[in-house]
Write a protein that binds this ligand. Structure first.
Ligand code: ZN
Length: 197
């Protein structure tokens, strides 16, 4: 698939527990198979982003969050590197789904922060699961990862299935007036490593 950042090979993964297919956008030979159909294993560290779907940010360029910009930055950085993968997981709204995310936005407009709004709706602050993302990375032939994220918890949760995280690479979007308090909550309540909020 040609993109404005460069060309990616797309792989779709069907999971037994999720309705929508997860995607891997790869470049530089990641995910390729040999003549016998076996995955080519990469023992060197590879730059990856495990991105959870955010329809409002990724598609409609919402400025309530930093997701769309992070996705674009990750695609750009991986192409600049010449090799890597973006794994796109279909877990909208930190795992609570689009409809509930919009309800949470409505509560945030009434003064709750993103964590309080999820709890008010009966959900944990972050319901995302990275196990499937780790399995996809392993299936792509990856073993050592340089992970594009500001979220230390994501790093811990990806270190399964024989994957080793050798570096956490920051991916920071400058805050705007619409997402500043959201980013501050991610930093203060969810432990994200953000400089400028
Ligand atoms: Zn978002």
């Amino acid at each position: 698939m040609p993109t404005k950042f460069g060309e990616f090979t797309l792989h779709a993964y069907k999971s037994l527990v999720d309705a929508e297919p997860h995607l891997a956008l790869c470049c530089g030979g990641i995910g390729e198979r040999d003549d016998k159909g076996a995955t080519i294993v990469h023992n060197e560290p590879v730059l990856v982003r495990v991105h959870s779907e955010c329809l409002t940010g990724d598609i409609f360029s919402s400025m309530r969050c930093d997701c769309g910009q992070q996705l674009n930055d990750a695609m750009y950085m991986i192409q600049a590197e010449g090799k890597g993968a973006v794994v796109y997981l279909r877990q909208e709204g930190r795992g609570i789904g689009l409809h509930n995310k919009l309800k949470a936005y409505s509560l945030q407009d009434q003064g709750l922060d993103t964590v309080e709004a999820n709890i008010e709706l009966g959900f944990p602050p972050d319901k995302r699961d990275y196990g499937i993302g780790a399995q996809i990375l392993r299936d792509l032939g990856l073993r050592k990862l340089r992970v594009l994220t500001n979220n230390p918890k994501k790093v811990n949760r990806l270190e399964v299935y024989g994957l080793q995280i050798v570096e956490q690479v920051p991916i920071q979007v400058p805050p705007n007036e619409a997402n500043r308090s959201y980013l501050r909550t991610k930093k203060e309540k969810l432990g994200h490593l953000l400089d400028e909020t």
